[in-house]
Design a protein around this ligand. Sequence first.
Ligand code: LMR
Length: 394
Amino acid sequence: MLTNLTAQPADKILELVGMYRADPRDNKIDLGVGVYKDAEGKTPVMRAVKAAEKQLWETETSKSYTSLAGEPAFHDAMIDLVLGTSVERDRIAAAATPGGTGAIRQAMELVKLANPDATIWLSNPTWPNHPSIIKFLGLPMREYRYFDSETRAVDFEGMAQDLAEAKEGDIVLLHGCCHNPTGANLTLPEWAEVISILQETGATPLIDIAYQGFGDGLEDDAAGVRMVASEMPECLIAASCSKNFGVYRERTGILMAISEKADNTEVAQGTLAFLNRQNFSFPPDHGARLVTMILTDPALRADWQAELEEVRLNMLALREQLAAELQALTGSDRFGFLAQHRGMFSRLGTSPDKVLALREKHGIYMVGDSRLNIAGLNKNSVSILAKAIVDVGI
Ligand code: LMR
């Protein structure tokens, strides 16, 4: 049986991690996988996470199973973080999942169960694991225009035209903030227009929010999601805690399913629990418990928010420095978009051979579509990157 297997396509982002590790050069720079790094190149455990872990170690008396959908306290804390008071709580079903990817996978499973003929609309480009999971599940998908590679901004006209073709019952996957891989985001008026299109077509939004707090701040980054959730009859939301709590390997995420009417919530909640049971039974608890402790303890929460804000401002400063250094080196404003983009990523908008040249000649690793992880930089490596970008002729 095992001899029937054929090699699966490598995940482009994770493949790069292996290539970077294997590179013996000590001046190499990793701008690949989306992991936050501080000025020393370390991915620290956040202070509030350490403090919560200590408290948990001292007080936890059992590691028996939680419930299939995870702890209700985690649902409440995350619903409050992502949605605030934008939606009536009794319309929201929620389940803890193994990371944000787990939430996306469970959302797709839910769509497959509820409406297997639905087409899932993805931004072009999007995080490569989105189409990979959809293809694996055999669901129909289509792309909508999103990124204008000339201006490096959102091609909103193209997006609106394409989404107008969605059919009733289709699913439109939107990035809540900090679009991955481009860094180009919708403005609030554009979110409002997307909502009108969804309402006209009868398509349902699925929002992937994996970087809340990395763009314009915790509240601002959730503004689009909240607007959609409050104005659409139904909405799915996949949220990740990997980045904003720095708990990557704990696999902490949540899927929320908002029904039009509260009397559907029980069956939606039961379905989320059922889907967890089919795929992995109980969700991981450690990270979810830490997140709950942090969000519900005022002192831990204040410390977490302060550190998250430092992380955000650090990335913004690196963006501005990179744009300024490129401006000085090239005498043009064509890299100004780097300071306008938000979140961990920006897409440089160059060809794969230039990306390869950066890697081979300068030891600078970024994804082949020219997505760079801003958080992989520090004050010194920004200058090295700027010179290398000019050197390879981008
Ligand atoms: C990324 O896009 O680099 C992150 O979301 C990590 C991953 O799993 O791909």
